[in-house]
Each structure stands twice: as structure tokens, then as C-alpha cells.
Design a protein around this ligand. Structure first.
Ligand code: NAP
Length: 598
């Protein structure tokens, strides 16, 4: 999930007298042709095979809670009442010894299997691709659908964002000189777009890939909480529709996996079970134990798609961005979801369920995905999302408090565990080959809850011992993080803090400088409040994600599989993860800090 950035404003406040601006960053198939590639040094050479030469290329009910607990308090309990005894980790189901020894057969299943993966230039699917290639080298070809203007651009993306990404360094070391040839023999970029019908591919190309593919993984998404409604619907709702339409043309398909999010559960509360959505489910309606009043709106996914499209057409160009953002948030809230992102993802799940027919479907619902805990190395992270902007700005002394329920739980899972669970689920259901829909919530809030005030303490501990440095090389001291439960108190605190840091407080006369500083302070406070508003549904979230299916999946694995593909979120030591793995990973891989820190 993406965060709203207000770094530049905060930086500006710390450098009051100067104009401050700082940016923080971060063989292909095209519509008409099929390209295979051979490596050589860092340059990737490709040969293009037209569509006609494809044969040459071939050689190579509501998800709730325990009964009736959907009303304001889950299982009849408030957040505070969900106590430890209610949240005992699942102990596993009984399997015969023979089954346990065999495990799922993950590596065996994937041998020679061909994937079609979307979203591989993004954070999560990249970790998935790396894990597959490193641990199952005899996997078949992996088609990677990516947006690009042409096949050369796709090839360039494959090279810079995947093959030469730091994430792949251990595979690069292991393979040595044959690394690029190995990668080229496996990865086939496909120029396309999930929001377009036929995924933006020509019919002949679709037919070719459809005959090849065993497994589809749809990880492409627009993860901005407050994205324009039309854009979010196109990727998160129509995307799964187009992928499922494609899946139905795949003659060899063993399983279709959709990467969703645990937060598709919207404003549900309490213990939230791993249940699929049916077409038209709405969270608002679920909160009525009896028949909901007729005045409550009925969710109709097709009408929502139509509404997004037509509303955009009716707007003047200049009004589109703002109005379409507002429309998304309004529609989401109307039906019981907190924002456009999770609402459009939930509608994507509904379409998949509605269309799947005989296709075996797996939906994984991770909570907040953060840096890898072990593989390929601890602390890999890409992008600055969810809790990370707050952590990073705190470390720089620019945001020393936040609006959050101190006793609430932030549900975090490391990316490598999500990937391992994904592979285990694909192998299990791909092997079974049965039609059906299987939901896996990959989440920690029940088995190993991380409480906000503990997180704040751990973040303080990290920066207290490993501070950031200012432009003059001096360590930046951090106070313990202040947590506020009301927006009024938070705003007052922000105003005081901003004027102190900018030096405004020390200025007594009404000068040009003081007016400029005042304006900067006001803008910085507004940005921080905006961030707090967008995050509020998450920092005061009242649900905990049941993960019994995920635990049962793990119980099916052999000891060897657990060692190689484990995802025991209950075993995470949050103190070690936050202090020694996640924040150092963020500082190194995302912020590109190059000073040594522990
Ligand atoms: N990150 C989290 O905390 C989190 C938590 C729970 C669930 N998830 C889910 O996990 C999945 C992966 O998330 P992520 O964090 O890896 O997201 P990400 O880093 O933002 O990556 C999104 C990927 O989707 C691709 N994409 C976007 N629009 C597309 C389109 N129209 N056609 C084709 N590809 C498109 C992007 O391509 P470009 O590079 O071209 O933009 C990128 O590769 C998503 O489904 C998300 O909902 C994420």
C-alpha cells in the first residue's frame, strides 16, 4: 500500500531560511511479436520471433467473523476484549504420518511448470520470481506481463528492475557467468496491461500463451488508498476480470492465484474469517443481523464500473483528478469499505468468484507486507509504504508523534513469508486440480499481534542506538514517539512542533521570513493531518484476521518444506524484526543511506 508523501515539506521546515526541496525516490512478448533473448554481459540481446513463429519459441457469504459477530463489536467483543486466550495459535489438524512426511510436494509440483505472472516489476511479485528461480531452477518458462511502450522498453525493464535488481544478488552469485543466460532462458516479458481487454494482447498471442501456461498469478494492482475511482477500478476490479477471462482460454491451467489483501474485509470487526466474497456482498449490509433496511444501497459491481467510466466522461478535464478521487472514497464508504483501494480489490475478488466456473482459484490475502525476514536476505524492501513514511520521518526528527490507537494492532507480514505461503498454496491446489475457491489470509494480528505502542517503542530503540545524521554529519536525536488518539490533540501538537523546529517560535516580529515560515508550518501540519486521516482506518482498525486456512496449509508441509518454504508468522520476534531487520532494510534499500548502522 502506498503512502502519501510529505517528506519534502517536512524537510523544508527543517531548513527554514532556504528554499527547500528534496526528492526521495524510488526474451519479451509484445502485442505483435514474441521475443526470446540471449544474454551477453550486462547488455541484453534479443531476437524477435513474429507471432507466426511461435512454435520455434515453444522449444524452449460473507466473509465474516464467527456467527453474528459482524455488528459493531465482533464476536460481541471490543478490540480490548479480544484477549490472548481467544487468540491461541491454531494447533494444526490431524494428518496421517505418511501425509506429513510427504508434505505438499512443493518442489516436485513446480518442476517444468509454466507461470504467467502480473505485477513482477512491483515489490511482492519480484520476491516471488526470485524465490522460484533460486529454489526451483527446473521450473518452466515464466511469462511476465508488464506495461511498456514496446518490446525494447519491456526488455529494459526486465533487465534493470528484475535481472539486475539487488534482490537477485545471491542468485547472481550462485550462477556466476551463466546467470544472465539462465534468467533469459526462464523469463519472458510480455507487453500488456491488465486493465485492457485481452490484457492488451493480440488474439494470436493470447492463444499461444494460453496453451503454454500452467499457473496464473495476478499480483498487479494499484495500491494507492485514495486513487482515482476510474483508475483503481480499471486495475483492481477489471484487471482480475480480464485475467480470469484469459484463464478460461488456458488449456493446461492448474490454478489461478489472485493476490488480494486482508483489508478487503473493509470495516468488518473482531475475528474475521477466511471466507470468499460473493457478488454484491456489502459490508454495510452485513452489519444488520436481521434483513437490512431497504434504504441501504445494494452493491452492483457492473454498475460501479459503469459509474466510474461515465462520471469521468461527464467531468471537465481539470476536475477529473480531484472529483474521481472523491468519488472512489465516497463509493467505498457507502458500502462499508475504508478506501478506494480495498473496495476495488474486494470487487475484483467478487468478479473472480462469479466467473471462475471450473477453474481452481486461490486468493491470498496478506495484511501489510513489509521487508523480508530471511530470504533471499533479511531486510529487502522496495517502496516507502504504510507505516514506513512515519518511521522514516520520525528517524529524521521530522515527525515525532502520530494519530494511532496505542493498544491497537498493526498487522504486518514479511514479504518472504507471503511468497512462501503463495507457493505452498499454488502447489497444494494445483496438485489437487479441483475447481473451487480457497482463501488464505496471511496475517499476524491473531497469532502474533504487534501492538502500536510496542512498535513505537521499538522504532525509538532503533533510532536511539542507530541515529540518522544531519547534513553536517551530526546524529539526529529522537524523543520517544508520542501517540495521539484524537485529531485535535494531534493537530495542536503538530502546530507546536512545526513552529519550534522551523525556528518560527523564536521570531517575534512580523517579517517576510516569519510569514514564509508560518505558511510552511501550516502546509506541513495539513499534510501530516491528511496522512493521519488516510491512515486512520488502519491505525484504529477493529478487526483481526483469522488465518486458520493458512495454518492448516503449513501443517500439511513436511519438515523440509517448512524449512525451505516456511511462513510461520507466529515465530516472528518483532523486536528483532523491527530493530535489526526492517528499519535497517528500509534505510539501506529504500532511503539508500550508506552510513553504517547496526
Ligand atoms: N504491499 C503491501 O503491503 C500489500 C499488502 C497486501 C496485499 N498487497 C497486494 O499485493 C500485490 C502486490 O503489491 P505490491 O506491493 O507488490 O505493489 P506494487 O509494488 O505497487 O506493484 C504493483 C505492480 O502492479 C503493476 N501494475 C499496475 N497497474 C498495472 C496494469 N494496468 N497492468 C499491468 N501491471 C500493472 C505495476 O507495474 P508498474 O511497475 O508498471 O507500475 C507493478 O508491477 C497487489 O495485488 C496488492 O494489492 C500488497
Amino acid at each position: 500500500m502506498e503512502a502519501v508523501s510529505f517528506n519534502s515539506l517536512l524537510v523544508a521546515l527543517n531548513k527554514p531560511a532556504r528554499r527547500a526541496s528534496r526528492k526521495h525516490d524510488r526474451c519479451s512478448l509484445s502485442k505483435k511479436s514474441i521475443t526470446c533473448c540471449q544474454g551477453g554481459g550486462n547488455e541484453i540481446k534479443s531476437t524477435v520471433l513474429k507471432e507466426r513463429s511461435v512454435s520455434v519459441c515453444a522449444n524452449q457469504s460473507s466473509a465474516l467473523i464467527d456467527t453474528g459477530s459482524l455488528v459493531a463489536s465482533p464476536n460481541g467483543k471490543s478490540q480490548e476484549e479480544i484477549c490472548v486466550k481467544d487468540l491461541v495459535p491454531y494447533a494444526g489438524h490431524s494428518h496421517s504420518l505418511v501425509e506429513m512426511d510427504d508434505g505438499i510436494g512443493i518442489v516436485r509440483f513446480f518442476r517444468g511448470k509454466r507461470f504467467f505472472i502480473t505485477g513482477a516489476t512491483g515489490f511482492l511479485a519480484k520476491v516471488l520470481v526470485e524465490k522460484i528461480l533460486r529454489t526451483i531452477p527446473d521450473v518452466g518458462k515464466i511469462f511476465l506481463l508488464m506495461k511498456a511502450k514496446d518490446k525494447e522498453a519491456a526488455m529494459a525493464r526486465l533487465s534493470s528492475e528484475i535481472i539486475y535488481s539487488e534482490l537477485f544478488k545471491s542468485l547472481r552469485q550462485t550462477r556466476g557467468k551463466s546467470y544472465e543466460a539462465f534468467m533469459m532462458s526462464k523469463l519472458i516479458p510480455v507487453v500488456g496491461d491488465v486493465s485492457e481487454s485481452n490484457l492488451g494482447l493480440g488474439d494470436e498471442l493470447v492463444d499461444f500463451i494460453a496453451n503454454e501456461v500452467d499457473i496464473i498469478v495476478n499480483s498487479a494492482a494499484n495500491t494507492k488508498f485514495d486513487e482515482r475511482y476510474d483508475i483503481a477500478i480499471n486495475v483492481n476490479t477489471k484487471g482480475p476480470y480480464h485475467l480470469m477471462t484469459f484463464a478460461k482460454r488456458c488449456s493446461q491451467l492448474k490454478v489461478f492465484l489472485q493476490v488480494s489483501t486482508a483489508y478487503v474485509n473493509g470495516q468488518r470487526q473482531g475475528k474475521i474469517m477466511e471466507k470468499p466474497f460473493c457478488m454484491g456482498d456489502s459490508i454495510v449490509r452485513e452489519s444488520y443481523s436481521a434483513e437490512p433496511p431497504t434504504s441501504l444501497p445494494q452493491l452492483d459491481v457492473e454498475s460501479e464500473i459503469h459509474l466510474a467510466l461515465e462520471s469521468k466522461k461527464a467531468l471537465e478535464d481539470h476536475a477529473v483528478p480531484q472529483k474521481m478521487k472523491e468519488l472512489g472514497l465516497n463509493r467505498a464508504k457507502k458500502f462499508g469499505w475504508q478506501d478506494t483501494y480495498v473496495f476495488t480489490k474486494a470487487m475484483g475478488e467478487m468478479l473472480i468468484d462469479d466467473m471462475r466456473g471450473e477453474v481452481p482459484v486461490v486468493i491470498i490475502r496478506p495484511s501489510v507486507i513489509e521487508s523480508t525476514t530471511k530470504e533471499p536476505f533479511p531486510g529487502w524492501m522496495e517502496g516507502n509504504r504504510m507505516m514506513d513514511p512515519i518511521i522514516l520521518n520520525y528517524g529524521k526528527g521530522q515527525l515525532t508523534g502520530f494519530l494511532v490507537d496505542p493498544n491497537g494492532v498493526i498487522d504486518v507480514v514479511p514479504a518472504d513469508m507471503v511468497v512462501n505461503a503463495t507457493l505452498a498454496a499454488i502447489a497444494r491446489h494445483g496438485m489437487a486440480g479441483k475447481s473451487g475457491i480457497n482463501i488464505y489470509q496471511i496475517a499476524s494480528s491473531i497469532v502474533n499481534p504487534l501492538v502500536f505502542q510496542d512498535l513505537a517503542r521499538l522504532v525509538y530503540q532503533h533510532y536511539n542506538t542507530s541515529p540518522c545524521f544531519d547534513s553536517k554529519g551530526r546524529p539526529i536525536p529522537v524523543p520517544s514517539m508520542k501517540l495521539f488518539t484524537s485529531m485535535d490533540e494531534f493537530s495542536a501538537y503538530l502546530r507546536g512542533d512545526a513552529s519550534q523546529r522551523s525556528g518560527l517560535r523564536a521570531i517575534t516580529s512580523d517579517t517576510k521570513l516569519s510569514r514564509k515560515l508560518e505558511m510552511l508550518c501550516r502546509r506541513s501540519v495539513e499534510q501530516a493531518k491528511k496522512l493521519a486521516n488516510i491512515y486512520e482506518p488502519y491505525t484504529f482498525y477493529r478487526g483481526r484476521f483469522d488465518n486458520s486456512n493458512t495454518e492448516r496449509l503449513m501443517a500439511r508441509m513436511s519438515d523440509e518444506e517448512k524449512r525451505r518454504f516456511g511462513f510461520d508468522v507466529g515465530s516472528i520476534d518483532w523486536k528483532d524484526y523491527i530493530i535489526n531487520i526492517h528499519i535497517p532494510g528500509l534505510r539501506w534499500h529504500v532511503m539508500k543511506e550508506r552510513r553504517t548502522f547496526s
